[in-house]
Design a protein around this ligand. Structure first.
Ligand code: APR
Length: 239
């Protein structure tokens, strides 16, 4: 099986890589559903919601400010770097659920952020959007239109940016290989992307030290961390 998958990778014209929090775990950024998924004893899943934001916008802003501090001190790990190197060998598109920007910092050029970005902010009412350069002193920050600003991320119950999602579907339906690395595949609609790939005869490769609900649908599952696996894939197959 591995030989077959190796050849698929080697001859791939287009590889789509779907990533989640696990790929940043070896950069010191906690995953959501792992043992370190708590913040100040809050369940991350409860904070990443529009209700939590309107209940206590200051608390949610503090959570994102602390995550930004952690993310800015993190460096891309060997998994991010290997994925960026893949671009030398074929057309690579990264569909990430992560908001940490580490793929871009590792040198990847073709990254679609399905769940937004922790370094972008937007108004809760008007169409103001901007990169966040410095942290605000007073929380929650206000837009010029008089309404509260929020992180430009996708919270539970919110839809993904339409243009990003449409592109993600097109890429997933037109790739030869899809590598699914560092995601539990429990959150939709990102977890449907491997189905679109499979329906279009792509080879599915999962990179995850733990089993996921879709492991049985994969052509190959590699039970190891992305920082271990991705560099080996590059050297074994492309170099
Ligand atoms: N390498 C690869 N995979 C890893 C590693 C690692 N070093 N460490 C952990 N993992 C795996 C875990 O086994 C798990 O399957 O990464 C996955 C992380 O799963 P989650 O914490 O559920 O993160 P993710 O799948 O990205 O969550 C999806 O849910 O909370 C929302 O919006 C948030 O984007 C997030 C979405």
């Amino acid at each position: 099986m591995f030989e077959l998958v190796k050849n698929k990778l080697k001859n791939a014209k287009k590889i789509v890589i779907v990533t989640g929090a696990g790929i940043s775990q070896e950069s010191g950024i906690p995953t959501f559903r792992g043992k370190d998924g708590l913040w100040r004893n809050y369940d991350a899943m409860k904070l990443a919601t529009i209700d939590a934001f309107y209940d206590d916008p200051k608390l949610v802003w503090e959570w994102y400010a602390e995550r930004r501090t952690n993310i800015f001190s993190a460096i891309p790990n060997a998994g991010h770097i290997a994925i960026a190197q893949l671009e030398k060998y074929c057309d690579v598109v990264i569909l990430t659920q992560n908001i940490d920007g580490l793929h871009q910092r590792a040198g990847s050029n073709n990254v679609l952020e399905l769940h937004g970005s922790i370094v972008r902010i937007k108004c809760t009412v008007c169409d103001f959007v901007d990169d966040l350069i410095n942290e605000f002193n007073n929380l929650p920050p206000m837009c010029k239109c008089g309404n509260i600003l929020r992180p430009d991320v996708v919270w539970f119950g919110e839809s993904l940016p339409q243009d990003v999602w449409e592109k993600a579907l097109i890429h997933s339906s037109s790739c030869d290989v899809m590598i699914i690395a560092g995601t539990s595949l429990v959150v939709s609609p990102a977890n449907t992307l491997p189905i679109f790939a499979k329906e279009n005869d792509a080879t599915l490769i999962e990179v995850n030290p733990e089993e996921t609900i879709m492991s049985k649908d994969m052509d190959l599952t590699i039970r190891d961390t992305s920082a271990n696996v991705m560099p080996n894939l590059i050297t074994e197959i492309f170099e």
